[in-house]
Design a protein around this ligand. Structure first.
Ligand SMILES: Nc1ncnc2c1ncn2[C@@H]1O[C@H](COP(=O)(O)OP(=O)(O)OP(=O)(O)O)[C@@H](O)[C@H]1O
Ligand SMILES: [Mg+2]
Length: 260
């Protein structure tokens, strides 16, 4: 299953969620993580340093380099399509290209059967890269930080998802919203959780990920949370999402068997 992790708001734990969810999925499945953000935080967070002349997502998207040639293993067990700042020039370069919403979808076609799951870390914008990720994905996971203004912008993201569903990818599902950096017993966190439940009637809301310094520490260490910190409270929300993904995938497989 291909899952885009998206929210145009910065710093809501998109990258952390890809690392943590990937870290859980990799225990029982093969998993590719795509760094689709010019900041390259997923690449760094998985302990990979892009060296001079190394091919990255930029080359795959703009020059049609084969994605297979660009993949790198990481010590977490996840395979990575790495990125660096060069990806920033992809959007202006590709703006006038015909079919430019489907570039990621096309480059994934030859390699996607090698992986049970593909996680796409989107940049904090609703530009061409995020639209490409949504056009290529089966589902989108939306991390939302339990902070003031957290819901601001969510409507714009949901509208973008709806337009992608209507015009580019009718099969795109919303896997759910993941409240992140939740602080126990604070009014702020409770307000955000209540507003999410009030506003998102048809969208699943996953159990919140607690705020913990172990997350930034694990990012710096280049490790998923479950290997960095032996704390089930921090891992559990990601385990629940991984279970949902595996369930959705096995239901999809059953349905396609019936169709055949
Ligand atoms: N549950 C958490 N508790 C505390 N800190 C967290 C948690 N999850 C993520 N963080 C920290 O918050 C910061 C932002 O997280 P992250 O980089 O994953 O967000 P992002 O949405 O990918 O950001 P960007 O939009 O810039 O790509 C990082 O320092 C990360 O370590
Ligand atoms: Mg990020």
């Amino acid at each position: 299953m291909k899952i885009a992790v998206a929210n145009q708001k910065g710093g809501v734990a998109k990258t952390t969620s890809v690392i943590c969810l990937g870290g859980v999925l990799i225990k029982s499945c093969s998993c590719l993580a795509i760094d689709f953000d010019p900041q390259g935080n997923l690449t760094t967070g998985l302990g990979v340093e892009v060296t001079e002349g190394q091919l990255t997502t930029y080359n795959v998207i703009t020059e049609r380099s084969s994605a297979k040639e660009v993949l790198v293993p990481t010590r977490s067990g996840l395979t990575l399509l790495p990125s660096d700042i060069s990806l920033a020039s992809a959007e202006p370069e590709l703006m006038s290209k015909i079919g430019n919403f489907f570039l990621l979808k096309e480059v994934l076609e030859p390699i996607e059967s090698q992986f049970d799951h593909i996680l796409i870390d989107c940049p904090p914008s609703l530009g061409l890269l995020t639209v490409n990720a949504l056009a290529a994905a089966d589902a989108v996971l939306i991390p939302v930080q339990c902070q003031f203004f957290a819901l601001k912008g969510l409507a714009a993201l949901l509208e973008t998802i709806q337009s992608v569903q209507k015009r580019l990818n009718p099969d795109l599902k919303i896997l759910g919203v993941l409240p992140t950096m939740a602080e126990r017993n604070t009014i702020m966190t409770q307000d955000v959780l209540t507003s999410l439940k009030g506003r998102l009637k048809d969208i699943p809301i996953f159990d919140p990920v607690p705020k913990s310094v172990k997350f930034p520490e694990s990012n710096v260490a280049g490790e998923p949370i479950h290997t960095y910190a032996d704390d089930s409270k921090l891992v559990k929300p990601y385990q629940t999402i991984a279970n949902t993904i595996m369930e959705v995938q096995s239901n999809g497989a059953k349905k396609s068997k019936v169709k055949r």
